[in-house]
Structures are given as C-alpha cells and as structure tokens.
Ligand binder design. Sequence first.
Ligand SMILES: NC(=O)c1ccc[n+]([C@@H]2O[C@H](COP(=O)([O-])OP(=O)(O)OC[C@H]3O[C@@H](n4cnc5c(N)ncnc54)[C@H](O)[C@@H]3O)[C@@H](O)[C@H]2O)c1
Length: 249
Amino acid sequence: MRLKDKVAIVTGSGRGIGEAIVLRFAAEGAKIVVNDVNEKDAGAVVEKIKAKGGQATAVIGSVALRETVQSMVDTAGREYGTLDIIVNNAGITRDAILHKMTDDQWNQVIDTNLKGVFLGIQCAARVMREKGYGKIINISSTSALGNTGQINYSAAKAGVIGMTKTAAKELGIKGVNVNAIAPGMIWTDMMKNMPPETIKQMDAALPFLVPLNRKGQPEDIANLALFLASDESSFITGQVIFCDGGMKM
Ligand SMILES: NC(=O)c1ccc[n+]([C@@H]2O[C@H](COP(=O)([O-])OP(=O)(O)OC[C@H]3O[C@@H](n4cnc5c(N)ncnc54)[C@H](O)[C@@H]3O)[C@@H](O)[C@H]2O)c1
C-alpha cells in the first residue's frame, strides 16, 4: 500500500478526475476527505470507498469560499488526526471567445480555478509546514498554454502553475512537495458536456493532435497523482507534469 494511513483531501472529488483520484488513494490505504459542491455525488463516492473497506468523509461546499476549505482541513484533523496530502482538483469551464466573454464567466472561473487553489494551498500549508511533511498537487491544464475560447480558464490554469512554483520554493525547506499536473483531453463530464459537433471535430483530429491517439481517462491522472502523493516522488517539487498523450510535448 503506497499511501497507508496517509490523510488526503481531494477537492471536486464527487465525479470525474477527482473521483478517480480518491478511489485510487483509498485503495492504497489513504483516509479521504471528499469535497464537492454536489452533495449527492460526494455522498455516493464516500459510500463507494466505505463499501471497499476504506475510510472517507465528505465536506460539501465551494472551494472558492475560505470557510469550506478551512473546514476540509479541520475535518481531516478531527476525523483522522492529521493532513498529509491535498489535491486541488475542483475546476469549472465557462467558455466564450474573447470579445464575448462576460464578467460573470470570468469571475466564476477565476474564483473556483484560481482562488480555490490558492485557498487549498494556503490552508493545507499551515498544517503541513508545522508537521514538516506534506504533498500538495494542483490540477492545471494544457490550456495554461492558451486555448481558443478559454481566456478565463487559461489565465486561471497558468496562474496555478505560478502558484505551484512559488509554494514549492516557500515550502521545500518545510518538507512539503508542491507539484502540478496538466491534463490534456480527459474523458469526463467536463468534456462530454461540450457541443456534440465540437466532440466530433476533436475525435476526427485526434490522430493529428495526440500522438498516443486516444482521449485520456480519469485513471490516467489518478495514476500520476498517486505517484506525486507517494514518497516515490520525494525529490520532485515545483514541476508541472503534462499527462496528455503527448499533445503538448
Ligand atoms: N477533463 C479534462 O479534459 C480536463 C483537462 C484539463 C484539466 N482538467 C481539470 O481537471 C479538474 C477536474 O476536471 P473533471 O474533468 O473531472 O471535471 P468534472 O466537471 O467532471 O468534475 C469536476 C467536479 O468539481 C466539482 N466542483 C465544481 N466547482 C466546484 C467548487 N467551486 N467547489 C468544489 N467542487 C466543485 C463539480 O461538482 C464536479 O464534481 C478540473 O480542475 C479541470 O479544470 C480537466
């Protein structure tokens, strides 16, 4: 078991990539704080973990709110005695072409995808620096390099990379590793909810866009998150690892 008795928070883990990460972490022995805005999904994931003999509890609420994020850290301490790992995964898209993007679309994405990650890093770091141990994993995106229709999302995801490197510099001496994962096209609801025509066009272009010629699965990201959460990656910090089938090599 690669995470035996470690305590992990994963934000936005009611479905998709976050769900795959908590299921993988729990299977490797971690005790889990599941977070999501969707209470039903979060509850179902907690039940799945418990049904397999694992330990999990849910904190419902938005990562954009300090009280939710602090409550996750407090819950980890109260229920499981400590905090070892946080995966700042919760994210949304509100796509629009530059000249049509509204303030609302901008603010929603920045609040969840940028401020939410800042709050996760900060609240977890306060515990981890005292403890002298911790693993912080932030979910960025290949869109950090720019993507048509995603000026809000790419700003937030590039910001996540900047925060990852700053936090890695500040926390390294305290025994805390901070890294980012930049997923490419991963087949979750986030992608499935795109207009059917866009999905069709992407599928047709797949062999030219993605050298490995497939869409990623949530488990592809969970495997990498497990490595970064485990002590196998103890000499890696401040890195952005692209998990995208070679799309942005
Ligand atoms: N799917 C992809 O192709 C892809 C590519 C690159 C990066 N990512 C990133 O991976 C992460 C997970 O994406 P996914 O594909 O699993 O998406 P998803 O939409 O399937 O799941 C996201 C989860 O986060 C939850 N959530 C949304 N806003 C929240 C908030 N404010 N607070 C707490 N929870 C919230 C949702 O309810 C949902 O359960 C996101 O950060 C996303 O930007 C995804």
